[in-house]
Design a protein around this ligand. Structure first.
Ligand code: BTN
Length: 258
C-alpha cells in the first residue's frame, strides 16, 4: 500500500517571509536529481532563489557521499546566491547556514564542525556548499519527519520527529531557515565573517573534544580547540596547533561520530 504523503504548500512559506530577497523566488519540484544540481543548471535566476524538492534521486552530501532523500519526509533545498566575494570566501556561507539551520530546527542542537547539525550524538541536518561560475549554491538537507533510517545510518542519523515525538510542517522549517539566514548573511557581506563567528563557536560541539582528523591518505588524533575566523578547525597535536580546512577532511570523535 502506498503511504499518503503530505504535499508542501509553498504559500505557507511565502506568506510569513520577512526577507528582502532570500527565498523571494521559489522553485518547487516533486522530484529532482538534486536541488544543488538544479540550482547549478539555473544560475540565470535571481539572487536568493530557493530550489526545493519533495524527494531527490541523486541527493549529494559532502566528500562525494550520498544524501538519503525520502519522499515527503525531509527538507531538501538549495539557495542560489550571487555575492560579490572572492571564491575562497564561499565556504563561509556554510557556517552561516549552519547557524540559521540550528535556529530553524529549534530543538536543542549543535554544530559538528564544519557543518553537520547534530542533536545529541546524531546528525539531523547537513549542508553542502558548492561554487558554479561566480555563484554560490548552498544546499541544506534536514531530517524532519523520518521515523526510521536504514541500518547503515541508524546509529548516526536522527530526525526532528524522532527527537521530539512531534510531526512538523516542512514549510515552517524552510521559512524559519530563510528568515534566520538572511540577516546573518547580510551581516557577513557587510562586516565580514568575524562578526558572526562568536555565534558559530557557541554552537560548535566539536570545540573541546578529542577527535580523529581523517584525510583521504592519512589520519591523526588531536584535540579540537577552536574554529578560526576562516572557519578552519584549530586542533592541538603534541602541544602544537594546526589548522584544518573543511575541503577534504572528515572529523570523528575518538569514541563515536561526534
Ligand atoms: C552533508 O552533510 O554531507 C551535506 C548534505 C547536503 C544535502 C543537501 S539536500 C539538498 C541539497 N541537494 C543535494 O544534493 N545536497 C544538498
Amino acid at each position: 500500500m502506498k503511504v499518503q504523503r503530505v504535499i508542501m504548500d509553498i504559500n505557507n512559506i511565502v506568506n510569513n517571509l520577512t526577507t528582502e530577497y532570500i527565498g523571494r523566488n521559489i522553485r518547487w519540484f516533486k522530484s529532482l536529481d538534486s536541488t544543488n544540481s538544479e540550482a547549478k543548471r539555473n544560475t540565470d535566476m535571481p539572487d536568493g532563489t530557493l530550489f526545493i524538492a519533495d524527494t531527490q534521486t541523486n541527493g549529494r552530501g559532502r566528500l562525494g557521499r550520498e544524501w538519503a532523500s525520502q519522499e515527503g519526509e525531509g527538507v531538501f533545498m538549495s539557495l542560489l546566491l550571487k555575492p560579490d566575494i572572492k571564491p575562497e570566501e564561499a565556504s563561509k556561507v556554510t557556517l552561516i547556514a549552519g547557524i540559521a539551520a540550528v535556529r530553524a530546527i529549534g530543538i536543542d542542537c549543535g554544530i559538528k564542525w564544519p557543518n553537520d547539525i547534530v542533536i545529541g550524538t546524531k546528525k539531523v541536518c547537513g549542508i553542502l556548499t558548492e561554487m558554479s561560475m561566480r555563484n554560490i549554491i548552498c544546499g541544506i538537507g534536514i531530517n524532519v519527519n523520518n521515523q526510521s533510517f536504514d541500518e547503515d545510518l541508524s546509529d548516526k542519523a536522527t530526525s526532528m520527529r524522532l527527537e521530539s515525538g512531534k510531526e512538523f510542517k516542512r514549510e515552517d522549517i524552510i521559512r524559519n531557515f530563510i528568515n534566520e539566514f538572511e540577516p546573518l548573511y547580510k551581516q557577513f557581506l557587510e562586516k565580514g565573517i568575524a562578526s558572526v563567528m562568536d555565534m558559530y563557536r557557541v554552537l560548535c560541539v566539536t570545540i573541546g573534544r578529542d577527535v580523529t582528523v581523517i584525510y583521504p591518505d592519512r589520519k591523526f588524533d588531536a584535540k579540537a580547540v577552536d574554529v578560526n575566523e576562516n572557519g578552519e578547525l584549530i586542533v592541538e597535536v603534541n602541544g602544537e596547533k594546526k589548522s584544518v580546512s573543511s575541503g577534504e577532511v572528515s572529523v570523528r570523535g575518538l569514541f563515536g561520530y561526534i
